[in-house]
Ligand binder design. Structure first.
Ligand SMILES: NC(=O)c1ccc[n+]([C@@H]2O[C@H](COP(=O)([O-])OP(=O)(O)OC[C@H]3O[C@@H](n4cnc5c(N)ncnc54)[C@H](O)[C@@H]3O)[C@@H](O)[C@H]2O)c1
Length: 177
C-alpha cells in the first residue's frame, strides 16, 4: 500500500514508522524542511524508533534498513499524495488549516484515495465541509506513541461513505500486526 502523511511532526513521524515497519511505502510531506529532516532522524533514533526496536529484538537490522528506504520526504503535497491509497493528515490542530488541506487533498489525489485526519478534537464533518468528495474523508486517530499503542479510532463524518469506513477499518488493522 502507498501511504502519504501530511504533517511530519510528532504524530506524523510515528504513523509513518508504523506503516513503513510493516512493509508499506510512505511519502511524508511537511511545509517545514527542518521537520522532514528531524522526522527521519527520530524514526531511526527516537525512543520508540527503529534502532530501539532492533535493540529490543523486535526487528532485524535488515528490516530496519528496509523500513528506512520505504520512507520518502518532500515539501510538495501533490508529489506526496498523487499516487497514495491512503493519506493521513497529521498537521497542527487548527480547523481552518485542516479544511484548506483537505480541499487541496481532494484535488491532488486519485478518486479512490482515502483521506483521513488524525485530529484529536475537531469534527470530521467540519473538516470535510468545503471539500468536493466528502464521502472519502474520515478520521483515523492514532494514539501517542503510535508505534506501540496498537489502537486506532476510526471516526465517521456526516458524509463519510460506508465503503470508506469499511476500507479504513481494514487498513487500521495494520497497526495490530
Ligand atoms: N500530540 C499527540 O499526543 C496527539 C495524539 C493523537 C492525535 N494528535 C493529533 O495529530 C495532529 C498532529 O499533532 P502533533 O502533536 O503531531 O503536532 P506537531 O506540532 O508535532 O506536528 C504538526 C506538523 O504539521 C506541520 N504543518 C504545519 N502546517 C502544515 C501544512 N500546511 N502542511 C503540512 N504540514 C504542516 C508542522 O510543520 C509540524 O511538523 C493534530 O491534529 C493532533 O490533534 C496528537
Amino acid at each position: 500500500m502507498r501511504v502519504a502523511i501530511v504533517g511530519f511532526g510528532m504524530m506524523g513521524r510515528q504513523i509513518a514508522q508504523v506503516f513503513a515497519q510493516r512493509g508499506h511505502d510512505v511519502k511524508a510531506m511537511d511545509t517545514y524542511p527542518e521537520a522532514l529532516k528531524a522526522g527521519t532522524l527520530e524514526i531511526e533514533n527516537g525512543p520508540y524508533g527503529l534502532k530501539t526496536a532492533v535493540a529490543k529484538g523486535k526487528l532485524s537490522m535488515e528490516e530496519m534498513q528496509q523500513a528506512l528506504t520505504r520512507i520518502h520526504t518532500t515539501s510538495n503535497m501533490a508529489e506526496a499524495c498523487k499516487d497514495a491509497d491512503l493519506v493521513i493528515e497529521a498537521a497542527i490542530e487548527e480547523l481552518k488549516l485542516k479544511r484548506e488541506l483537505f480541499n487541496q487533498l481532494d484535488s491532488v489525489t486519485q478518486a479512490t484515495t482515502l483521506l483521513a485526519s488524525n485530529t484529536s478534537t475537531i469534527s470530521i464533518t467540519k473538516i470535510a465541509e468545503q471539500a468536493n468528495h466528502r464521502q472519502r474523508i474520515l478520521g483515523m486517530h492514532f494514539f501517542n506513541p503510535a508505534q506501540i499503542s496498537k489502537l486506532v479510532e476510526v471516526v465517521q463524518g456526516k458524509e463519510t461513505s460506508q465503503d470508506t469506513l469499511r476500507t479504513s477499518q481494514a487498513l487500521s488493522q495494520i497497526v495490530l500486526d
